[in-house]
Unconditional design. Structure first.
Length: 230
């Protein structure tokens, strides 16, 4: 499917039967609740982040500390939404896309899984910076809560939804703490995603993301946008 920002910006193109934990390259758009200009302002074609926008961008940048297999690609904050490309290595990821994004190529085998949610990641235990300093990951000393030897934590393949869900949850907690609004929902409950099929589409979406601030007046999420033909 050819990338069209007017379509993919507004609705999810969720493929029935597609294995979102099998590896792939994804383009996502996440909006603020009510289209509020929470993340900053466009000034002369450049995005100027607010404190809230800086918080959210830092959280995005630290996601690979939580999901060890995750590869981040193009990313752009906008006043009331953000665009991002990320890659989950796995047998479902086209080798050409893996090369183009710097992701490892994983051949399908019975033992394949994409990333780990908890445990067995050599980087586990690092702290991820958030609003008020650091939030440490729980240390795994091999014992359960009663001091006995714990069973090995289960592993499973990380899906696109796992990544976005964790990002939105951590961002919401950090934003609410900063804004002193416990229980608020600063981000829209839904998000828009698109599976990137080939390198040509990857390059087109990268270009759209990178130059999105210069195209703000043409953006459907801009309240001043009047639509095509105006």
């Amino acid at each position: 499917m050819t990338y069209d920002p007017r379509i993919h910006h507004r609705r999810s193109i969720r493929l029935r039967g597609y294995d979102y934990a099998g590896g792939g390259a994804y383009f996502v758009t996440i909006c603020t609740k009510g289209g509020n200009f929470l993340f900053g302002q466009i000034v002369e074609g450049e995005m100027k982040l607010s404190e809230e926008g800086s918080i959210v961008q830092r959280i995005w940048d630290t996601l690979p500390q939580r999901f060890g297999s995750l590869v981040l690609d193009a990313f752009q904050m906008m006043p009331n939404h953000l665009h991002a490309i990320f890659v989950l290595p796995g047998p479902g990821l086209e080798p050409a896309l893996a090369v183009a994004t710097g992701a490892p190529i994983i051949q399908p085998t019975p033992e394949n899984f994409v990333g780990r949610v908890h445990g067995n990641d050599p980087r586990r235990g690092r702290a991820c910076p958030t609003l008020a300093g650091q939030w440490p990951a729980k240390q795994d000393d091999g014992r359960d809560d009663h001091g006995g030897r714990a069973s090995p934590p289960p592993t499973r393949r990380v899906s696109m939804g796992d990544v976005v869900g964790a990002f939105k949850s951590i961002s919401t907690i950090a934003l609410n703490k900063f804004m002193l609004c416990p229980g608020a929902h600063p981000l829209h409950e839904n998000f828009y995603e698109h599976i990137i099929r080939d390198v040509g589409e990857l390059e087109a979406i990268r270009d759209y993301i990178i130059h999105n601030p210069q195209r703000w007046m043409e953006d459907p999420e801009n309240p001043e946008w009047l639509g095509e033909g105006t």
